[in-house]
Design a protein around this ligand. Structure first.
Ligand code: UDP
Length: 313
């Protein structure tokens, strides 16, 4: 039976991805390694999952867990750009050392393929979008540098040890199960739920490529099935400014419940405008994100509302 190990499986993308793997019904065995900083086993579906609480920085542990796996989907990471500026060493340990450990463990366990989460915007820095895989990396913050280092090791392990390693550069992912995320959509919905004003850093003209998590997870599984190697951008290919996003969110939430929006100073290290070109992923494995932003936001808001009614508040 095929066995898939997901590092960071309790997190936002992981907990959605595992549901998709279960729903497609191929009967794969699923293992999860998670240090529970961004999720907990309670976030996982109630199916048979081999669960390991622990850290990718623990090489002995990841080496043990990788044994017998066919595929590793490496999602565990420190993903906050601003936090990486405040604590670059922690970011390095988790994203560079941790990814290196995952690759070492995969090599030694004879794992068939490793698919790892990477990022386009943060690796490429402030360049004229749409960003694509052929651009020269110029990270503006330690987070982007750490992901670039991970991609470097991925390429080196593929070249030196004949492993199949794929780096998927996620754009800004939103969707259900994002309640621990500090990213724009999740943060704004949480502020609406709490009846607090929304805080926008800058004037709201900053642009991102907002991809719905279900579409993204489909792309991850398509990449694995297609046995591709190398680097691929996964987004929608469409630019959305934060002000446009707020307009869509206001429609979804309804004007009565919509709070005040406060505009504050820009944050240092912030990329002003990024969205990606997804041609390569479309051509290599048929990646076709189809969910319109308003539909994805509606599903996300419904999920946030379901959580408050479930907790009785
Ligand atoms: N943002 C904001 N208020 C928030 C959260 C995010 O104004 O409460 C802005 C943030 O400054 C950035 C954009 O929204 O310009 C996207 O932020 P996110 O953290 O989602 O993604 P990243 O900056 O890592 O691409």
């Amino acid at each position: 039976m095929t066995k898939i190990l997901i590092t960071g499986g309790c997190g936002f993308v992981g907990s959605n991805l595992i549901r998709q793997i279960v729903e497609r019904g191929r009967g794969e065995q699923i293992a999860v390694l998670d240090n529970e900083t961004m999720g907990s086993p309670r976030d996982l579906p109630s199916v048979d999952i081999e669960y390991h609480k622990g850290d990718i920085c623990d090489l002995a542990l990841i080496s043990r867990v990788a044994k017998g796996c066919d595929t590793i989907i490496h999602l565990a990471a420190n993903t906050r750009v601003i936090e990486s500026i405040q604590d670059p060493t922690l970011n390095f340990e988790v994203n560079v050392r941790g990814t290196f450990n995952v690759l070492l463990a995969a090599r030694d366990a004879g794992v068939r393929s490793v698919v790892m989460a990477s990022t386009g915007g943060a690796i490429l820095g402030d360049v004229e979008p749409p960003v694509h895989e052929g651009m020269v990396p110029q990270p503006a913050a330690p987070y982007g540098a750490s992901k670039l280092a991970g991609e470097g090791y991925a390429s080196a392990f593929a070249g030196s040890y004949g492993m199949q390693v794929t780096a998927l550069r996620f754009s800004n992912v939103y969707g259900p199960r994002s309640y621990r995320k500090g990213s724009a959509v999740a943060q704004f919905f949480k502020q609406v739920l709490d009846g607090k004003p929304i805080t926008v850093y800058g004037d709201g003209s900053q642009v991102r490529d907002l991809v719905y998590v279900i579409d993204l997870c489909k792309g991850i599984l398509q990449a694995i099935d297609a046995n591709v190697s190398g680097v691929f951008q996964l987004g929608t290919g469409k630019p959305t400014s934060i002000n446009e996003l707020l307009g869509e969110m206001k429609q979804v939430v309804g004007p009565q419940r919509w709070p005040a929006v406060n505009y504050e100073d820009w944050r240092a290290g912030e990329v002003r405008k990024t969205y990606c070109d997804i041609t390569r992923a479309r051509e290599a494995f048929g990646f076709a994100p189809a969910t319109p932003l308003v539909d994805g936001l509606q599903a996300t808001w419904s999920w946030f509302l379901s959580q408050t009614s479930a907790s009785g508040s």
